[in-house]
Every structure is written in structure tokens, then in C-alpha cells.
Design a protein around this ligand. Sequence first.
Ligand code: CDP
Length: 206
Amino acid sequence: MTAPFTIAVDGPAASGKGTISKAVAAHFGFAHLDTGLLYRVVGAKTLIGIEPIAAALALQADDLSAENLRTPEVAQAASKVAVIAEVRAALVDFQRAFARRAGGAVLDGRDIGTVICPQAEAKLFVTASAENRAHRRWLELVETGHDVTLQEVLVDVKARDERDMNRALAPLKPAEGAVQIDTSEMSIADAISAAIVAVSARRLPL
Ligand code: CDP
């Protein structure tokens, strides 16, 4: 097993950071954690009446594979619970332990390079225009059988951007030293290549 190596990938809603993170993890043989799922699990629990801090404290790794975490409704609930200090605090240890596992880890989210892993060996900030992001997310949702309009997805993306960037705790912003990748005009393959190049630059010399 190789030593820990953390790749922190942050960016706004549906910027492509999940796709890029998965591909980067596969390329380097690292584990991948979509930290948005933690907030989605907590958000989903609030939609069935569970109190958010209790839901965050009770979170188990198995919860991350629950169904229906990808809907815009759950995304909105996630970004609402994500402003609560106790919710964020309850999720820190899980993320940090994952980040420092032997063999390397890629974590994607909003505050990975700024708060969870400020010492990450490599940091990326993935962006794209709100219209591009909404269009991609809409295609994903429709392809997976969700009944949602492009306009509804655009409203969700913009509302979450606004909340995520302006909250007092761990607001979404590029971490110091993060390499920015604007995927608006890039193919998926080009965005993945750009990310791999940026990370490789941080892995040399060994
Ligand atoms: O996939 P998408 O980019 O649309 O969202 P996500 O990464 O699943 O995150 C859902 C929500 O969780 C975000 O809008 C944030 O409010 C929150 N989140 C956060 O606050 N911190 C993170 N590290 C990850 C997600």
C-alpha cells in the first residue's frame, strides 16, 4: 500500500466534479468519496421528519448507497442542512479518516480543500456556467428516469450556488493553491485529462 495522498476536488453544483473525481480516482487507483452524499443523506432524513443534527450524528457508511439521493428535492434539503454547524461538525471525522486512508483518496464537495483537508497534496476547483451545469444535470436526471424540467434544475442549481457560496461556515470558494478547471467548453475527456495533468504535477518528484 502506498502512503496517503489526498486529492481535494471542490466546485459548485453539477460542475462535473463527481465525474472528474471518479475518473481521477480510477486513474491513480485511489478510493473516491462523494461528500455531497453525506449531506444528501442528512437532507433526505429531514424530508421524512428526522431532526438534522441527530441524522448527521447517526450517519453510517451504508446510508450513502440509499436510493433517490440524487433528486433536486434532496439536493435542496442537503444544502439547507449544510448551513448547520453541528451537522458539518458531525461529518468531519468520517471525511478526514477517508482522506488519509492508505493508498490515496479523492474527495469531492464544497469545502474539501478549504476546511476538511487544507493540507491535501492536490487541490482542484471545478467550475462551469450555471446554464451548462443545469443542462448536464437535467440530462443525467432524465436519463435516470426523473421527471424534471430544465428550468426546475436551473432554479435548483442557482439557489444552491447562492446558499453554498454565502453561508457563514465553510462557504464554497476555491482553496488556496487549487488548480481551477472551467469545464464549460470542455469535453468530459478533456476535463479529466486536465485534472490528471494537474494532479500528476503534484505527485512528482516522489
Ligand atoms: O452533485 P451536486 O454538485 O449537485 O451536489 P452535491 O455535491 O451532492 O452536494 C449537495 C449539497 O450538499 C450542496 O449543495 C452543499 O450544500 C452540500 N455540501 C456541502 O456543504 N459540503 C460538501 N463538502 C458537499 C456538499
